[in-house]
Design a protein around this ligand. Structure first.
Ligand code: GRF
Length: 208
């Protein structure tokens, strides 16, 4: 059984989709939920599912080292194999990235490498996608490396942009696909079906 840690900062609808998907799983379980924000609604979802929650941030510690030490301890004590960011708005410390290379994933509500990077989060992503006049947006699931939104792309799917879309209607259409795809990709990672060869990602089997 692989142990997954989910990092959140907010409402946690992706977290909910992951919790629901792995509830009956024999390959992986959500072992903990970590939030940098104490009032993140996702923490309530986790508690409801009897999943241990932890909430602290760099600002709660005197030094950066203390923060990282605590985070590392949390992950090792819970024997975490995979970290999935689900609306986590902070940068993951490089020390953690190094330790979990190709075992930390993130989901982005657009087609990277476009519409990503600093400032591209939440509804703002969809606002900018619509402003571009593009007819397609989508979902990107990628590994997390030291550069924001720039880790190797694991999986992408297009979502159509419809005439009359608002950032909110586009967000809802994209989010529905996020909820479907993210748990399935995490499962592929947990079962060793995702490999990285020369910065390119290979997935064995279908996503269905
Ligand atoms: C999602 O759109 C995800 O792609 C992005 O942040 C949003 C989180 O939403 N990284 P939720 O907290 O899972 O509802």
């Amino acid at each position: 059984m692989k142990n997954i840690a989910i990092f959140i900062s907010g409402r946690g609808t992706n977290l909910q989709a992951i919790i629901d998907y792995f509830r009956q799983s024999t390959v992986a379980q959500v072992a903990l939920v970590f939030s940098n924000k104490k009032d993140a609604y996702g923490l309530i979802r986790a508690k409801r599912a009897n999943i241990p929650t932890f909430s602290f941030a760099r600002g709660d510690f005197n030094t950066r080292d203390e923060f990282i030490k605590k985070l590392k301890k949390l992950l090792s004590e819970h024997r975490i194999d995979i970290i999935a960011l689900a609306g986590y708005t902070r940068k993951v410390p490089p020390e953690i990235i190094q330790e979990y290379r190709h075992r930390i994933v993130n989901i982005h509500p657009a087609l990277l490498p476009f519409f990503g990077g600093k400032g591209f989060y939440g509804i703002e992503v969809h606002r900018r996608v619509l402003a571009s006049g593009m007819k397609l947006s989508g979902v990107t699931i990628h590994f997390v490396n030291e550069e924001y939104d720039r880790g190797e792309i694991i999986y992408q799917e297009c979502v159509p942009i419809l005439f009359g879309d608002t950032p909110e209607t586009l967000q809802a259409r994209v989010l529905e696909r996020e909820h479907y795809l993210y748990p399935r990709i995490i499962e592929k990672l947990a079962t060793g079906k995702i490999s990285v060869i020369d910065n390119k990602v290979r997935i064995d089997g279908q996503i269905d």
